[in-house]
Design a protein around this ligand. Structure first.
Ligand code: BGC
Length: 447
């Protein structure tokens, strides 16, 4: 037992994202997104899986909200599909798309669950990709146009807005290595996409300050880097990996500049950016969302493009089905590091969770997932430890409420605390959901 303590008002929730759970991506006048296109391109997805049906949350959201309510969850982080609301990305508003999110936030509030809406969880309207997507500087305006529509329609019920989810993954997966939509592999594009994501974030924050009544922030993934040895090479590689993944977005947002390592990391592909852009990028935020899954013990590896660093496998550790090391103490480090480097902005853990093999058939309607329970317990304790040491953490969202489409890995990796049978769409609580409900009910005391 640890002395797990959480402040009054600490919020317990779960998280999902539109393309991963909704299904019916083209319903009711929605436009196509880059993920719809990508998943329908042969060879891109494990087993040829797509988000066409996913968890059918688009139709079953009342059932999903009832599940959250039965677990006592206090908040729900979801994302809005841009092309449901603006089928062409800009211009014409699709009222039926807006109505879906309206029904969702109304139902959440009725159930006593606070909505956190992410504006961009990777599903760019395909029509905007045709105009250059994140490589086109105009996207800052396109994004604020979309954000304005969403703010005006939903801000009365949305408690927190997140502009972008994990922009680093967008550029690393989408523009550099190509494993995620739009599937580009181009060293020179990644820095441009980075900068435009940040400008878009800034434009949306600016728009929100004019009309918003609640809170706005950004969500980043942080994977703290620890050197494998004290050799100069490993220490330098660790600094590069840290700058690339952990500081590439936070430094501009909170300090108004890129880490100096970016030039070394990208070489001639890293251009100069107009100084005035940083005024837009660096604006006070109401919170920062941190997604934490794993740490990386890091060694020098010249074969890796860009950061020239690789993770070293830790034989004593448990690994998840996505090959990620389970190491909860690093979450405490992340939260203390954030406060030290970026100051007093309040933090939410906006994602934390693990994919493990869950038995495909429920026996007596129970699904035992002890590894996930262990993962959650250790990580929630790690959050409490950070709070005890002075971190200002205001809430925790488990990833994910439901098993869902794990992007290009399709339905092969299950992160849910609720099992979804993808043949019947039946939802079944895993033991981890019941465990988490106890954590919530007791305010963390059962840890
Ligand atoms: C993303 C989620 C994803 C999860 C597990 C995060 O990178 O925000 O969409 O499913 O991690 O990989």
């Amino acid at each position: 037992m640890t002395d797990a303590r959480f402040p009054d008002g600490f919020v317990w929730g779960s998280a999902t994202a539109a393309y991963q759970i909704e299904g019916s991506p083209l319903a009711d006048g929605a436009g196509s997104s880059i993920w719809h296109r990508f998943s329908h391109t042969p060879g891109r997805m494990t087993n040829g899986d797509t988000g066409d049906v996913a968890c059918d949350h688009y139709h079953r959201y009342p059932e999903d909200i009832a599940i959250m309510q039965s677990l006592g969850l206090q908040a729900y982080r979801f994302s809005i599909s841009w092309s449901r609301i603006l089928p062409d990305g800009t211009g014409r508003v699709n009222q039926k798309g807006l109505d879906f999110y309206r029904r969702l936030v109304d139902a959440l509030r009725e159930a006593g669950i606070l909505p956190m809406a992410t504006l961009y969880h990777w599903d760019l309207p395909a029509a905007l990709d045709d105009r250059g997507g994140w490589l086109n500087r105009d996207i800052a305006n396109w994004f604020s146009e979309y954000a304005n529509v969403a703010f005006r329609a939903l801000d009365d019920k949305v408690e927190w807005w997140a502009t972008l989810n994990e922009p680093w993954v967008v550029t690393d997966g989408g523009y550099l290595h190509g494993a995620l939509a739009p599937g580009h592999r181009n060293l020179f594009e990644a820095p441009l996409a980075t900068h435009n994501l940040l400008r878009a974030h800034g434009s949306a924050v600016e728009a929100y300050r004019a009309i918003g009544k609640h809170a706005i922030g950004i969500v980043v993934n942080i994977e703290p880097k620890y050197p494998d040895s004290q050799s100069e090479d490993d220490l330098a590689a660790t600094r590069r990996a840290d700058a690339y993944m952990n500081r590439q977005y936070l430094d501009p947002v909170f300090r108004g500049e890129y880490p100096e390592e970016m030039k070394d990391i990208f070489g001639e592909a890293w251009p100069g950016f107009p100084a005035a852009d940083f005024d837009l990028i660096k604006q006070p935020l109401d919170f920062a969302g941190i997604n934490y899954y794993l740490r990386a013990v890091t060694k020098n590896d010249p074969a890796q493009v860009v950061e020239r660093a690789a993770r070293v496998r830790q034989p004593q550790s448990i690994y998840t089905e996505t090959g990620w090391e389970v190491h909860a103490p690093a979450l405490t480090d992340v939260l203390l590091w954030f406060r030290e480097h970026y100051g007093p902005t309040p933090v939410y853990i906006t994602e934390n969770g693990a994919a493990f093999y869950d038995p495909p058939t429920a026996i007596n309607d129970t699904i035992n997932d002890p590894l996930r329970i262990h993962y959650l317990r250790e990580h929630i304790r790690a959050v409490a430890n950070a709070i005890a040491k002075g971190a200002d953490v205001r809430g925790y969202f488990v990833w994910s409420l439901l098993d869902n489409l794990e992007w290009s890995l399709g339905y092969t990796k299950r992160f849910g605390i609720v099992h979804v049978d993808f043949a019947t769409l039946k939802r079944t609580l895993k033991e981890s959901a019941k465990f988490y409900a106890e954590v919530v009910r007791s305010g963390g005391a059962v840890l």
